[in-house]
Ligand binder design. Structure first.
Ligand code: PL4
Length: 407
């Protein structure tokens, strides 16, 4: 008799982003003709830059000729792309071998799938608030108990608050797997080297593994802030890093990402190289590689022209974040993030709950954002606005908030 995975029944609510879409659509049905300005989901809006588009076209054209046609490729990714990624890290003085880079179709899937190479009874710690995938995928994998008002039983929540600058204190007990995201979704906070060093030392001491999601690393403009956890001494033995072309190159729909599993990275019960071998095995079994056309686009994104054009696009989104911050602050609203991240994290005025502020912003200003509580218990009373919009829409949204929000 087939049986379902009952862990799905533990999930406390629908996945956050479809829930926002559902509520927005319900609003539009009730208010026919209304137009909403979407600063909710962190989805890119600007067209792919010319150098990267050329790379994608070249990838397509190669498929049209017998001598350059390619079918299945290595599931870990094509060599030029892995080498290009290793070169990117080498620029920051990091010595990672191309074979330690695993190309994939998304940091989302990798940050969930990575769990399959670790024991079921590992204790998981997450920043609170956090990108919902970390928690929900651990629920589905069976690493938590039931949902309660303060989160899932068995999961260690590491609160990120105004008091600690939205970077958590070290876990107060022994944990095995630790999710850290920097620049952070949703708070926009960026971890310093010193802050990461604390976690790296903890992980090496307790033989824990850090899953470091740096999907927004290209938004870091402050040169003193680390773009990779491997900039911290000791990280290679305890950290697995995820990154993505989604937000840097406008590939949210195209799909291309990478995960770094250094050979030196190890657990208490395994030698160096074992985690690398297990992830290779996992990917070889479950994944047939990212699309060859898309990987050609990725190689182009790493070229000097690609880099300079995508950097300009990242700067464009950061300017959106500045505009959002400036507008909200002119109303006296407390905001965080935005400087080195594409998200502005605001404290809801009047102590409103995150979802009440969602309704208020939608009803009064026709602006869609993301309730902080959707990212975890410590997100309650906060709200996230995404800077990934067309300039005109961002400006309209900010003007609407300034003119119509009743606070
Ligand atoms: C909506 C910290 C966005 N439907 O595109 P990927 O898979 O390479 O990367 C996804 C990702 C990975 N890590 C972090 C992220 O914030 C994201 C994307 N998050 C958001 O608004 O929070 C898009 C969400 C999408 C989803 O469910 O991921």
């Amino acid at each position: 008799m087939a049986r379902i995975n009952k862990n799905y029944d533990k999930l406390a609510a629908g996945y956050l982003f479809p829930e926002i879409a559902r509520r927005t659509n319900a609003f539009l049905e009730e208010n026919s003709g209304a137009q909403v300005l979407r600063l909710g989901i962190g989805d890119t809006t600007e067209p792919i830059v010319p150098a990267v588009l050329d790379g994608l076209h070249a990838g397509v054209d190669a498929l049209g000729k017998a001598d350059s046609y390619s079918g299945y490729g290595p599931s870990e990714g094509i060599t030029p792309l892995r080498e290009g990624l290793a070169d990117l890290y080498a620029e920051r003085g990091l010595s990672l071998d191309p074979s330690e880079f695993f190309v994939s179709d998304g940091a989302k899937s990798d940050s969930a799938n990575i769990q399959s190479i670790f024991s079921d009874d590992c204790v998981v710690a997450v920043q609170d608030p956090a990108y919902p995938v970390y928690v929900d995928s651990n629920v589905i994998f069976g690493r938590t108990g039931q949902a309660t008002d303060s989160g899932y039983e068995g999961l260690v929540y590491m609160p990120c608050t105004e008091e600690n600058g939205f970077f958590p204190d070290l876990p107060d007990r022994k944990v095995d797997l630790i999710y850290i995201c920097s620049p952070n979704n949703p708070t926009g906070a960026v971890a310093t080297k010193e802050q990461l060093k604390g976690f790296v030392d903890y992980a090496n001491q307790h033989k824990a593994i850090i899953f470091y999601d740096s999907a927004y690393a290209s938004f870091i403009t402050d040169p003193s802030l680390p773009r990779s956890i491997y900039e911290v001494e000791g990280a290679e033995t305890c950290a697995i890093e995820f990154n993505s072309f989604s937000k840097t190159a406008g590939f949210t729909g195209v799909r291309l990402a990478w995960t770094i599993v250094p050979r030196a990275c190890r657990t208490e019960d395994s030698e160096s190289g074992k985690l690398h071998a297990l992830w290779t095995r996992r990917q070889n079994t479950f994944f047939n590689g990212a699309a060859n056309i898309v990987q050609a686009g990725g190689v182009a994104a790493l070229s000097p022209e690609g880099r300079s054009q995508t950097d300009a696009q990242v700067a464009f989104y950061l300017e959106n974040a500045r505009i959002i911050n400036e507008g909200l602050q002119s109303l006296g609203i407390t905001t965080y993030g935005g400087g080195n991240a594409p998200y502005v994290w605001l404290k809801t005025p009047g102590g409103l709950s995150s979802w009440d502020f969602f309704d208020k912003l939608l009803n009064e200003c026709r602006v869609v954002g993301t309730p902080g509580s959707g990212f975890g218990p410590a997100g309650e009373g906060f709200f996230r606005l995404s800077a990934f919009g067309h300039r005109e829409n961002v400006e309209k949204a900010v003007s609407s908030i300034i003119e119509k929000l009743q606070i």
